[in-house]
Design a protein around this ligand. Structure first.
Ligand code: RRO
Length: 306
C-alpha cells in the first residue's frame, strides 16, 4: 500500500518523493550528496564519471545567462577507479537511492564504468549520452540511434540494476532516440540534458567560455524540456524523469502533467540552495490534496487526456 502520496517508483527504485538531484550539481562527494538529501531530495545523481580521470576545460566553464546558466565543464571527473571509493563511502552516508552518472568513449567503456559503479554500490546508473559539447561521447552517441542501442545493450548485459538514459534535446526527434534506447532495454529516460548555447562578451568581443560553446540549463529551457517530456509520453511507455528548469512546485507539477513520473533539479540548487527540494515537495503535496489526487502517479500524463 502506498500511504504517502509523494512516494514514487521508477524502474524498480523506491523514492520517498519525486524529486532527484540532477547530475552535475554538488555530485562529487558523499557529504554534498547527503546535504542534498537533507534538503529533501528523494534520490541523487552523481556528476558523470568515465574510465579515466579528466581535467575538464580551462576556466571560465560557467556563465550566467538570462534565465539560467551556460556551462562547458568538459566532463571533469576522477575516473571510476578512484570514484568507486567515493561510491562505497556514499552508500554509508547518503540516505536515498544513489544513481551514478556514467559516460564513455565506446559502448565497452560505458559498460565497464557502469559495472564498476554497480559493484561499488550504485543503486542505478544514468547513462550520459547527451553532453552537448564533448566530442566522441555524449551527443554523438545520443544523436546516433545505432550507437545508442549498442551502448545501452552492453550496459544492460553488464549490470543488474536499473539503467536510465539521459536524452539530449539537441536532436530533431527526441522520441526516435528514446525508442532506440528502449529497444536495447533502457528502464527509464531522463529528459533533458542542456541545450546547446553560446555567450559572447561585447567588451572583449570574444566568446565567454573557454570551450566557446556550452549547454544552457535553468528556467530558460523549461518549455523545451516540457515539450520533450510531452513528446516522449505520447510515444513511449517507459517512465520519464523530467529535467530542465524546475525551480518551484508548480514547475514540477507541470512536468507530471506532461508525463514525467519524477523530476530532477539542478540549476535551482546552484542558484538557490539545496533546500529547494523541500519547498518543491511541500508544494506538490498541497497541490495533490487540493486537487484530490491520492498520489503523484495519478497526475502523470493528465495533460494528455484533456
Ligand atoms: O561536464 C560538462 O560539461 C557537462 C556535461 Br558531462 C553534461 O552532460 N551536460 C552539460 O551541460 N555539461
Amino acid at each position: 500500500m502506498n500511504s504517502n502520496p509523494l512516494n514514487v517508483r521508477i524502474a524498480g527504485l523506491k523514492l520517498r518523493n519525486p524529486t532527484l538531484l540532477a547530475s552535475g550539481i554538488l555530485g562529487y562527494t558523499a557529504e554534498s550528496l547527503q546535504r542534498v538529501v537533507e534538503g529533501g531530495a528523494g534520490a541523487v545523481v552523481t556528476k558523470s564519471v568515465g574510465v579515466a580521470p579528466r581535467m575538464g576545460y580551462a576556466n571560465p566553464t560557467v556563465v550566467q545567462a538570462s534565465g539560467g546558466l551556460i556551462n562547458a565543464m568538459g566532463l571533469p571527473n576522477p575516473g571510476i577507479e578512484e570514484y568507486a571509493d567515493e561510491i562505497i563511502h556514499a552508500k554509508t552516508v547518503v540516505q536515498a537511492p544513489l544513481i551514478v552518472s556514467v559516460f564513455g568513449y565506446s559502448a565497452d567503456e560505458y559498460a565497464l564504468v557502469a559495472k564498476k559503479a554497480v559493484e561499488a554500490g550504485a543503486d542505478a546508473v544514468e547513462l550520459n549520452v547527451s553532453c552537448p559539447h564533448v566530442k566522441l561521447t555524449g551527443s554523438e552517441i545520443g544523436q546516433n540511434p545505432k550507437l545508442l542501442k549498442e551502448v545501452v545493450s552492453k550496459v544492460k548485459a553488464a549490470v543488474r540494476k536499473p539503467v536510465i538514459v539521459k536524452l539530449s534535446p539537441n536532436v530533431t526527434d527526441i522520441a526516435e532516440t528514446a525508442k532506440a534506447a528502449l529497444k536495447a532495454g533502457a528502464d527509464a529516460l531522463t529528459a533533458i540534458n542542456t541545450v546547446k548555447a553560446l555567450a559572447i562578451d561585447a567588451e572583449t568581443a570574444l566568446p565567454v567560455l573557454s570551450n566557446v560553446r556550452g549547454g544552457l540549463s535553468g528556467p530558460a529551457i523549461k518549455p523545451v524540456a516540457l515539450r520533450c517530456v510531452y513528446d516522449l509520453y505520447e510515444q513511449v511507455k517507459t517512465p520519464i524523469i523530467g529535467c530542465g528548469g524546475i525551480t518551484t512546485w508548480r514547475d514540477a507539477v507541470e512536468f507530471f502533467l506532461a508525463g514525467a513520473s519524477a523530476v530532477q533539479i539542478g540549476t535551482a540548487v546552484a542558484l538557490e540552495d539545496p533546500d529547494v527540494f523541500q519547498a518543491v515537495n511541500r508544494g506538490v503535496e498541497t497541490y495533490l490534496k487540493k486537487k484530490r489526487y491520492k498520489s503523484v502517479q495519478e497526475v502523470v500524463g493528465v495533460a494528455h487526456r484533456t
